[in-house]
Write a protein that binds this ligand. Structure first.
Ligand code: AMP
Ligand code: MG
Length: 409
């Protein structure tokens, strides 16, 4: 058996980010920037009001309340035509340009209109610049807005839009092919023939891939047949940047994926027994110039899920250009039993964790062991990493990987 770290290093060793391409801003969501973005436009672009109210000269309000003459209105999108003179106020809406001569805004709640004589009572003494947004407050020309390697989020797309950018250069989003293998698998709904089971891994992986920001490509199902598996894997390699197959990597009589993978990957493939549970058997190799990685994951759905988290997702993040490959791990307080026996393996246990009033995440329940028990783990939000030994006791601290974490951009 080899340690998880060794298996992961072997996976990552030859992978580098995919080439860059220019995409429309909204297509870049969750892609990784391959160019720095330097501001060419100040934001705000001009002095404008941060309140609905009256633009005034701050000195006119000294010793107030004061009555000022209302000489016009300026709305967002207008260009003010009139300069403001002493003793005057101009009604102004949020985002509208501050007229020449004005240097402060009094918010509408602190004014009283008097339409009869076209005056307004300013009830408050204002300081120069009050409720005025100045050019470059947010973004100054020449400022580095986003560096190479930044992950495109909604807010960052907003920042780029504020510069008038409509396209951005990013590492290509990995296209990842998924196939299931096994004579027992049925890919369609409806009645199941005797001895058949429903294909769980393919829909699950396709969704996990999309959830991680990758493009998922459904390659279908191959039976336990060397030619069929070879054909689907080759198609995957032709069409995709990475391929995931499930099933057929154990020691069973018809576990052909590992040998097909060795065949396709010419010398780079390795069939590993990783010191983890679930997910011990794992096959991996690369082919072609890319190179294109091929992952052979064990077929039990919980094993597939765990192996995806431990090996596939980090590798695909490297292809996508991410700098942080791993999910966030945190120490959690164990509130429930989590029995295990020494077996030389790291146990990866799906758990439900919640923030408690002590400000710490607590593990409230842990799934039973059983790599076929997918429904039992489906609600988990973390994967506890339980080191070899007799297992932690309630009250102990356990390290766990957050499965829903999005902060590691
Ligand atoms: P294998 O890794 O091919 O030895 O399969 C291990 C177990 O996982 C067997 O019970 C398979 O029937 C089951 N299995 C394999 N592939 C899938 C799949 N795509 N969906 C659901 N169960 C599967
Ligand atoms: Mg099988």
């Amino acid at each position: 058996m080899i340690e998880i770290d060794e298996a992961r290093s072997f996976v990552l060793e030859h992978l580098t980010p995919l080439e860059s391409e220019r995409v429309a801003l909204d297509e870049g969501l969750r892609c990784v920037l391959s160019e720095p973005i330097v501001a060419t436009e100040p934001v705000p672009g001009f002095r404008n009001s941060s309140m609905d109210g009256y633009a005034v000269r701050a000195t006119d309000t000294t010793g107030g309340p004061v009555h000022l003459r209302v000489v016009g209105t300026v709305l967002a999108g207008d260009v003010p035509t009139r300069q403001l003179a002493a003793g005057e106020a101009i009604r102004i809406m949020t985002g509208a340009p501050i007229p020449e001569g004005a240097d402060a805004v009094c918010m509408i709640e602190e004014t009283t209109d008097n339409p009869a004589d076209r005056t307004v009572l300013i009830s408050r003494v204002l300081e120069e610049g009050q409720f005025v947004r100045f050019p470059g407050d947010d973004v100054a020309v020449g400022q580095l807005l986003l560096d190479t390697g930044s992950v495109m989020t909604g807010a960052r797309i907003g920042v780029l839009a504020s510069q008038g950018l409509s396209t951005v250069s990013v590492h290509r989003r990995p296209r990842v092919g998924v196939l299931s293998t096994g004579d027992e698998l049925s890919g369609s709904g409806g009645n199941l023939a005797k001895g058949k089971i429903r294909d769980v891994n393919r829909p699950m992986l396709l969704a996990l891939l999309r959830d991680s920001g990758f493009t998922a490509v459904d390659l279908g199902i191959a039976g336990d047949d060397i030619d069929a598996i070879t054909a689907l894997l080759r198609r995957g390699v032709d069409e995709c940047d990475a391929v995931i197959a499930t099933g057929g990597v154990s020691v069973g009589d018809v576990d052909f994926v590992k040998s097909v993978l060795a065949d396709i990957c010419e010398g780079t493939a390795r069939w590993m027994q990783v010191a983890m549970r679930p997910g011990k058997p794992f096959a991996y190799g690369t082919t072609g110039r890319g190179p294109t990685p091929i992952f052979g994951l064990p077929g039990n759905p919980v094993s597939t899920r765990v192996s995806f988290e431990m090996f596939v997702r980090p590798a695909l993040r490297r292809l996508a250009g991410y700098r942080i490959l791993e999910r966030t791990t945190v120490n959690m307080v164990l509130d429930c039993p989590m029995p295990r026996k020494p077996d030389g393996k790291l146990h990866l246990v799906h758990v439900d964790s919640r923030m408690h009033t002590d400000g710490r995440l607590h593990i409230e329940s842990a799934s039973r062991h059983g790599s076929h028990l997918l429904s039992a783990v489906a609600s988990a939000n973390a994967l506890a990493m339980v080191p070899d030994g007799d297992g932690p006791e309630p009250g102990d601290t356990v390290r766990a990987m957050l499965l829903t974490d999005e902060s590691n951009y």
